[in-house]
Structure formats: C-alpha cells, structure tokens
Design a protein around this ligand. Sequence first.
Ligand code: TYM
Length: 331
Amino acid sequence: KETVVSGIRSTGKLHLGNYYGAVKNFIKMQEEYNCYFFIADWHSLTTHPTPENLHGNIKNVLVDYLACGLNPEESTIYVQSDVPEIIELYLYLNMNAYLGELERATSFKDKVRGNPDNVNAGLLTYPVLMAADILIHKATKVPVGKDQEQHLEMARTFGNRFNRLYNQEYFPEPYAFSYTEKLVKVPGLDGKGKMGKSEGDANCIYLSDTPEAIRKKVSRAVTDSGPSEENQEKPEAIQNLFDLMKIVSPADTLNHFDELYNKMAIRYGDFKKQLAEDMIIATDPVRERINDIANDNDYLKKVARLGAEKARESAQKTIKEVRELIGFKSF
Ligand code: TYM
C-alpha cells in the first residue's frame, strides 16, 4: 500500500477550505492507503506562539478530524509534537536547504509582506519542517489544497538532494494529491481570494458554525450591483460565490443560477439563500458530531496516544536508517 501523509495547523477550527481542499480526501483515502494524518502544532508556532492559542486549537482540530470521519482504527492520527523524530529529520534536511530557495517560497514572501515585524527563522524553514513531516513516513501521496503545491515541490527537492548526497534512492518523491481533477482552491466570502483563517472569521465558514451563523455570513458576502449585459464574464467576487456553489450545491442548482445570471435576471438575495442552505446541508453531519466528541476527553486522549505510538514506530525506523546513511555510528 502506498503511504499518505497530511496535516493541518492548529490555528483554529476547520473551515470549508480545509474540508474540501484536504479532509474530504483524507476520509476517502483511509480505506485505500496507509494513512498518517496529524495536527501540525509546531508549524502553528510560526504565527500563533502563545500557550492559549496552542492547547485549545490542537483539540479543535482533533475533534473536527474525528467529526468529519477520520477513523483512528484505519488511519494513524497524531499530534506532530508527540513525534520528536520529525525534528531530527528537520535538522538534517536544514543542513541542505539553501537560504535563496527558502526566501523565494511564495508562502514565505506572503508572510513577510503580511507581518514584516515577525520574520522568524521558523517561517523561513517552514517548508523544511513540512518536508520532514512527509519524508519521515516515506509518503508518496499528500492530499492538500492548491496553496500547498509549491511546498510539495520543495519536499521533493529536499528528499532528492538527500538521496544524491548519500548516493541512495532512499526517500520516494511525494506528490500533492486530490480525487478531484485539479487541486482544490475554495474561495472566501470577501470577494478576494481564498477562504482562510488569517483572512478573518467573516470570510470563513467553519464546519462548526451554526445554521444561523452560516446564513448571516453568506448574506453579507461581497457582491456587486448585478450584470450589466447578457452573458458577461463574472467579476471575481461573483465568480467566487459561483465557485462555492459548485462545491456545495447540486449541478442543476448551479446551472439554474448561472442561466439567471447570463439572462441578467439573477437576484443575489435568492442566490445567497440557496448557497447558505446548501452549505448547511453539507456541514450538518459534521456539526452534529462535534459536540459529542468534544465532550469526550478520555476518548480524545486515547486517540492521540494510540496515534503517537504508531507514528513514532514508523518515524523511529526512518531515523535509524537515516542516521546510518549519514554516518552516525553508535559505539
Ligand atoms: P493549513 O493548516 O493552512 O491548511 C490545511 C489544509 O487545508 C487546505 N486549505 C485549503 N484548500 C483549498 N482551499 C482553501 N481555501 C484552503 N485553505 C486551506 C490546505 O491546502 C491544507 O491542505 N503547511 C500545511 C500544514 C502541513 C502539512 C504538512 C500538510 C504541515 N506539514 C505535511 C501536508 C503534509 C498548512 O499550512 O496547512
């Protein structure tokens, strides 16, 4: 069986972007592959360094994972910081990661632009830690959204460089994966770009949002004054809402509103109402399970403990082999 690794940072609750970009694929992959799904709490320290941020959010992601249908009996579900072997591999990979290539990463440049006062070394080496997460289990498939594609390319670079340095075909090449035709990019509600936690709560639909909250957020989504001629190209804000509808609604609903738009007969109020209702339907089963799971701390602890054990077993095997390849000898 091929090995699969993916993770989500513990920076808040999961939103529709995380779900359609990543978790929906996780659920499907569990049956077919040898899967490792984790909570990237070390990565979250690059932008969310306080203890208050950390603890609750690790739990949030674990609860959301389980509520979405990740099955601890099928997949290895763990917290990144429970597997210290990852840091050791991170250190080795850092020795062959170059400043220039790290500075050129799009995500790094975005972070520098967004918060020039906190350009820490952790942000710079973020893709190296991510490569360590993946290579530690020698994964080949990594289910992620479109925004992570460049990080996967870097993971291949670091793995291949290690292989060349030690003259071994040791790490296989990991590739971004989705069951959809292309990697997914879920737009946000602000009319500008992708759905994301850092873009603000109003821009995100969380899996745990109540139906009322969803209706309110969608009703406030950015639109315009409507099409000014038939069959015109949609401006970004409107296209984003249609893209969201394409993700959550049945095809005939989408076609119906598309036709209305093209005939200049669309009423954004009706369009948004339908979009909100379909988002509610899509998130219903998850929302129902979240509370029950969140209240069961014993179960959550058990899942995390079992996951850490299984993940460490795989990670220790890799680290032992890597140490030998590098030339560390025990006396
Ligand atoms: P993070 O925490 O930002 O996001 C987690 C996953 O959700 C996807 N995603 C989206 N997909 C489509 N549309 C969106 N609007 C959207 N927003 C988020 C992301 O693509 C991602 O798959 N670096 C990673 C975490 C990570 C990781 C790893 C992933 C650390 N180590 C190893 C895979 C393998 C990140 O920041 O994801």
